[in-house]
Design a protein around this ligand. Structure first.
Ligand code: COA
Length: 335
């Protein structure tokens, strides 16, 4: 069967209401606005209340993308929810499916930390390319505020909560919005960034000790993760550009995972992309993990920066370690 393309036809996002500034945080943990701002570019982050569950935020983003694409809920065949902080370890995607009334869609979670949205988008493209599904909602949503140690200043200042979604549909080749992709994992460096099981044990029977479920807060070797990002992201994007015979000068935008402004700047400099063509909103939201890329895309589409036909080089990277790149063309409507 001929393989189809994937058009990006709608987007949406949702954020918690409460914004916590660096100054507010410095009243809680030993840090300063100047330190956070100069090392990361972050000035504030959104933090979800108890009522703003992952399902609530993801459903709001999905419903917005659905409306932007002009679809009915029953048009959707597939919902992929990229998250590392589900409300339920069995998966939160089916609850999103129910919340938006997408009764025909199969819905499941995909976990790849900050690479999750990009990996989910690429995964969805394969179902569409094969002709087995026609329309998908790809959501990136995370609430790492629930999994940081608010007394650990080396991690808690970095993360925020949010959700973004993109509506994609199978299309003929000429309308294709995913022009190429690369994905990588390196589990040998897994310990650099973890949200791992607690070491809690329970003797169950003679000779059998089980482990109790539960997770310890995020642990990170910041310097190693920084070095990983500034080495691997340019390398994978260079491979992607070469594989797609694309010159960096042809790119309208760099749409990178929003972890640290210094990482964004370093990647842009490697490709001589002017900083004004690097999409950035991490000053307001921090690192929202799987949500950063769709959240940023939604903001830039709705405010008119990203226009129909624009070419974007995107990269997600983070825990796993995992990283990937995708060359995208926005094919959907504007605001
Ligand atoms: N406020 C004030 N001081 C802080 C601090 C904070 N929030 N966090 C750490 N420090 C201190 C450290 O204790 C250390 O003090 P010391 O020199 O007295 O020991 C000093 O600042 C330098 O710490 P270091 O970890 O070397 O800082 P850094 O320049 O590497 O910046 C990060 C730290 C986390 C900002 C940086 O490593 C980074 O961005 N890494 C990538 C993280 C990331 O993006 N993770 C997610 C990937 S998806």
């Amino acid at each position: 069967m001929e393989r189809l393309g994937m058009a990006l036809v709608g987007c949406g996002s949702a954020l918690p209401a409460a914004s916590v500034s660096n100054d507010q945080l410095s009243g809680r943990v030993d840090t300063t606005d100047a330190w956070i701002r100069s090392r990361t570019g972050i000035t504030a982050r959104r933090v979800a209340s108890a009522e703003e569950s992952l399902t609530v935020l993801a459903s709001r983003a999905a419903a917005a993308a659905l409306a932007h694409a002009g679809w009915q809920p029953e048009d959707v065949d597939l919902i992929l929810l990229a998250t590392s902080s589900p409300d339920d370890l069995f998966g939160s995607a089916p609850r999103v499916q129910a919340a938006i009334g997408a009764s025909r869609a199969v819905a499941f979670d995909l976990t790849a930390a900050c690479s999750g949205f990009l990996f989910a988008l690429i995964t969805a493209s394969q179902y569409l390319a094969s002709g087995s599904m026609r329309r998908a909602l790809v959501i990136g949503a995370d609430q790492l505020s629930r999994w940081v140690d608010w007394d650990d200043r080396s991690t808690c200042v970095l993360f925020g909560d949010g959700s973004g979604a993109v509506a994609v549909e199978a299309c003929p080749g000429e309308a294709n919005g995913l022009l190429g992709f690369k994905m990588r994992s390196d589990g040998s460096r897994n310990s650099c960034l973890t949200l791992a099981q607690l070491n809690q044990y329970e003797p169950l029977l003679e000779g059998l000790t089980t482990q109790r479920g539960g997770f310890s807060p995020i642990q990170m070797n910041g310097q190693e993760v920084y070095k990983f990002a500034v080495r691997e992201v340019p390398a994978i994007l260079a491979e992607l550009l070469e594989a797609t015979a694309t010159d960096a000068a042809q790119l309208d935008w760099l749409l990178l995972h929003q972890a640290n402004q210094r990482i964004l700047d370093a990647v842009a400099d490697r490709f001589a992309v002017p900083h004004e063509r690097v999409l950035s909103n991490l000053a307001h939201y921090g690192n929202t993990s799987a949500a950063t890329i769709p959240l940023m895309l939604d903001e830039a589409v709705k405010d008119g920066r990203v226009q129909s036909g624009h070419l974007l080089a995107s990269s997600g990277f983070g825990a796993g370690l995992s990283w990937g790149g995708a060359l995208l063309r926005w094919t959907g409507p504007q605001a």
